[in-house]
Design a protein around this ligand. Structure first.
Ligand code: R5P
Length: 320
């Protein structure tokens, strides 16, 4: 097939080489060679070892811990590709950190989600490919085209295959309720919503109430990401009080810093925690309750479509 850009070239920084490898396996292309490391003075260095002149370059780098280092690696990688005369550069950000800092909702605070978007564009990215942004509006922080994929079909299939008896989907807060409603509709389940309040700026969440009925039903807690697990733990305790039977937790992105995955897995009411590999989940964080679904095939297919000028939306709908 003829494409407007040169040959496909896939590269990865140090954030998630495993995912990049699986994407390349899906696409049946070799992972591009590069050298990405830090000098003793803490400066990041990138050298692209393959010729990328006029090629269609995709750089895979979720902005995961260490977030600031991985962002910097991404920016430097993009700069290296631009200066090597790449034909087009797509920043593939399976997880876009800082998206939660998306508005000036108190005096003298930044909008870091926008700042990082500006940096990615300034470095030279022509497009962005991402998965389940914290809020859809974050797409508007970029002026280059953004393709936002969703793990929803994967989660839907997973829970359909489980054949839970009359489950209820529970949004962990009002912010995620629209996406939770889509999920609920696809698995033909009713929706309940937890009313959550953040206390201060220091990751303290308080779950206050539940809107909707969960008594006697298996409940699937739904969120875009699990960070400390605090929201899921608080939500599970409300669900238990309200009489839900089995409780499942699901989210696209599993940040799970420190002991979070073990803390969350230790909650007896939570039967299973279903996440994806947009963020690496190392063996040390895996517990018998954690199930990781891969998004490598979905990202691989999206890259194939972007490269060949085909619809990415058609991946999620039957439209051309
Ligand atoms: C925030 O609004 C997000 O959607 C998640 O609810 C949040 O990241 C979860 O954080 P934690 O696991 O620390 O409660």
């Amino acid at each position: 097939m003829l494409t407007a850009f040169g040959e496909l070239a896939i590269f990865t920084g140090n954030a998630h080489p495993e995912l990049a490898k699986h994407i390349c396996e899906y696409l049946k292309v070799p992972l591009g060679k590069s050298d990405v490391f830090k000098f003793s003075n803490d400066n990041t260095f990138v050298r692209i070892m393959d010729n990328v002149r006029q090629r269609d370059v995709f750089i895979i780098q979720p902005t995961v811990t260490p977030v600031n280092d991985n962002i910097m690696e991404m920016l430097i990688f993009i700069d290296a590709a631009k200066r090597a005369s790449a034909g087009r550069i797509t920043a593939v950000l399976p997880y876009y950190s800082y998206a939660r800092t998306d508005k000036k909702d108190q005096p003298r605070v930044p909008i870091t989600g926008r700042l990082v978007a500006d940096l990615i564009e300034t470095a030279g990215a022509n497009r962005v490919l991402t998965v389940d942004l914290h809020a859809g509006q974050v797409q508007g922080f970029f002026s280059v085209p953004v393709d936002e994929l969703t793990s929803l079909p994967k989660l839907v299939k997973y829970f359909q295959d489980k054949k839970l008896k009359e489950p209820v989907v529970v949004a962990t807060d009002i912010g995620i309720s629209k996406r939770a409603r889509d999920f609920a509709a696809r698995i033909d389940a009713p929706l309940a919503i937890i009313e959550k309040r953040r206390v201060g700026n220091r990751e303290m969440a308080e779950s206050l109430n539940i809107i909707g009925d969960v008594a006697g039903m298996p409940a699937i807690l739904f969120d875009d990401e699990i960070n400390t697990g605090g929201s899921m733990i608080a939500a599970a305790s409300i669900l238990k009080k309200e009489g839900a039977t089995d409780i499942y937790a699901c989210a696209t992105h599993a940040i799970l810093p420190g002991e979070a995955s073990h803390k969350l897995s230790a909650v007896p009411e939570i039967k299973e925690i279903v996440v994806t590999d947009t963020i690496p989940v190392p063996q040390s964080k895996i517990t018998p309750k954690i199930k990781v679904l891969t998004v490598a095939d979905m990202l691989g297919e999206a890259i194939y479509r972007i490269h060949n000028g085909l619809s990415v939306g058609a991946l999620f709908s039957q439209q051309p």
